[in-house]
Design a protein around this ligand. Sequence first.
Ligand code: GCW
Length: 883
Amino acid sequence: MWALPRLPSLFQSRKGEVDLTLCHSERNVGSQRQLQPGSIGLRCLRVLAVTTFLTQICPLRSARADNGYDAWLRYAPLTETERAKYGSFPAAVIVLNNSALLHTAEAEFIRGVRGMLGRTLRVEKGVPQESSVILGTSAELHSIGSHLRSPKNLSADGYWLAKDRIRRHDCIIIAGSTDRGTLYGVFALLRKIAFAEDLSHLQEMQEPANPVRWVNDWDNLDGRIERGYGGRSIFFADGSVRPDLSRVSDYGRLLASVGINGCVVNNVNADPRLLAPNFLPQLARVADAFRPWGVRLGISVDLSSPKSLGGLDTFDPLDPRVRSWWKEKAIEIDHLIPDFAGFLVKADSEGRAGPSSYGRTPADAANTVARALQPYGGMVMYRAFVYDHHLDWRNPKNDRARAAYDIFHPLDGKFEDNVIIQIKHGPIDFQVREPASPLLGGLEKTSGAIELQITQEYMGQQRHLCFLVPMWKETLDFDMRVGNHPTPVKNIVSGRVFHRALGGFAGVANVGLDANWLGNPMAMANLYGFARLAWDPNLSSAAIAYEWTRLTLGNNPEVDRTVDAMLLSSWPTYENYTGPLGAGTLTDILGSHYGPGVESSERNGWGQWHRADHDGIGMDRTVATGTGYVGQYSPEVQKEFETLAATPDSLLLFFHHVSYTYRLKSGKTVIQHIYDSHYEGAERVHEFVRMWESIRNFVGDDERYESVLARLKYQEGRAIVWRDAVCNWFLRVSGIPDAKSRVGQYPNRTEAESMQLQGYEPVDVEPSETASGGKAVVCRAPASNCAASFHFSGAPGTYQLNVQYFDQNNGKAKFRISLNGRQLDEWVADDTLPNAKLGGDTSTRRQIRGVTLHQGDEIRIEGIPDGGELAALDYLEIEPVSK
Ligand code: GCW
């Protein structure tokens, strides 16, 4: 009998004992909670003591299980000790106006306080008659006390939190510059309560650094999401807006809680149908769902719409008929969505239509659309991601990295005031390491926004832990030295450096219908971190990690320490086992952008070249001998990158072509760094698993605990796939062996093709480095059940068995492994990895821990194919368990 992989049963701990914590009614908040007499938790304990029919009598556990939906807004009950700090917390809340936003703020505040402090606040009107929480705008505060004034005038969306006496009553004031600011203040105060902060001297003012704090979602009208890894669209299905928009409203809540004020809901590869007269009312429903949360709706538009949708014979932005078409469209939209945020435009890029068809510039196009929106306060976010993807790779002077600056810098000052140039943070495309895009320092008379990618397209697609805040911080802190002055990117995009009224952040989020939004609860740290940086780019990575961990996993110091350490080292770790020294993510750039594919970026027009060959690696982008890209930076920055001597190791291969034996500043050769970093990265992921396991008893929620653990174990195996593929490719191409004799030598492995095969047949895998020894075995018809076996010949002892197999996405093959005829494990290869082929995307590891082996033992792996999936095996590794 084949069984699906087993999760631990609800009331069974890993040791097979009954887990008492699971019956805890307040289990989300960690281990420090005390059971109260008569509490459900204590009742459960009693019940557990007398019965074995646990699941029938203590069903609370699953009801409380956290599936990640509430993300950082869990409002989990504080401990009694923590609650004691809020003994004198007001019992009433007074709301100073009647707007929809303040109703939201009031309801949210009551919800949060009820969850964390267990009290339900009364709603009162007018001046306080008792100790109260006051919600309103700074202007409205005067109506209840003329002395109530925020320390300075708040800018848009800012808020003031204070403790003050009003008519002899101690009150807590949450006052925004606008209603939206008040809502943000509510969320900020709730965060403080979640952290169990003392509020007795509350006095804080906050203003966002950036006026534009938007997310972009790349959703298609059929419900698929481009580069989305968290399920299907929350906005669209089957060509229309979904009938039920409750997820949109909950998304609005999540976004508002961290200060996001705009959301573009459809793919930048836009479908013109979105602007059709019968579609706009549907979009108005989305705007309605967002509005109570202060999130304005924006949409991506296809510049060919006047022709493809409007029936004109042109979409030339300078044609008067095209201009009128956009004006009419803007009127139509304003009628339905009065607070419309604006249009996002991808044009002349990756096959999208654009002004170049008529010999016009991006400024011509952006301005035509911007003028149409101007009367209604809408903006145009025009993406600088414009490049030729048919570049001639044979020409060493060609360089995709140059494109954004070459195209947009000459247009500086030619854009309308409501145009913002949205610039990807690096000059290529969300690679694991890139320098800051020179265009971020190249627009002085035009507003700009930095585009960051929250969805982990090149960063492990949410299956790998990769906290991106430290990477984003490097770009935000990158000093462009414009005019020889300190000009960090964060101060340019905020508008401060060049005195622009607009500017800010756009983050590609791509949330989906999965319960936890992004497909992995840990990935939500990136959405949280993006928003917090958009609000305040001076926050440190550590502070953001700390906030997120406490809000998501509770206030347990052990959990905080461990998870923060994992988060903060996860990006360098991912970099280590994927793309070293600025060479880019060495992934399959022609396909999924997921697994290793070192060679895929070469000899094609996409321009993500690293130019690795027999002699060396790296793109020469210098002014002296290379593509001249370095010349796009200010003179002082040029000095950092023009010479080998000055360039930091981390970006060496982005800027220079060097031999494999070139010695880095670290003292290592390039090739040895490539080998070592891949081994270090894989080893670190192994530690992540151990770290997560060490906090099992404190995380306090089995569903989340298990799902994160499963992902980390998967990542542990994947890091080895990456390590081996990249190292073997470089070994083959450079011919230089690993000084530590690891690469290409795997003494604990038995290749499947060298086992005794029944029904299985060997096949070559392409590219060859994505399978051990370049080969796998597959179970093909007429066989319907295959086996590979061999006899163990090593020293007797305890081992971990690692079965390397391929989990294609076109079937659900089954595997079983047995020792001397006794089954050790069985599983179904039912993951939905982004490929149907054997190779770097699908190679997966199954670990079986703690197996005792003696010489001559027979190990047998059986596979049953399903659909197109051929139960393919790569190798078995018998790993000694370290003492
Ligand atoms: O990185 C590339 C992605 C495309 C995306 C494009 C872009 C929406 O692979 O899927 O298209 O960037 O940013 O426009």
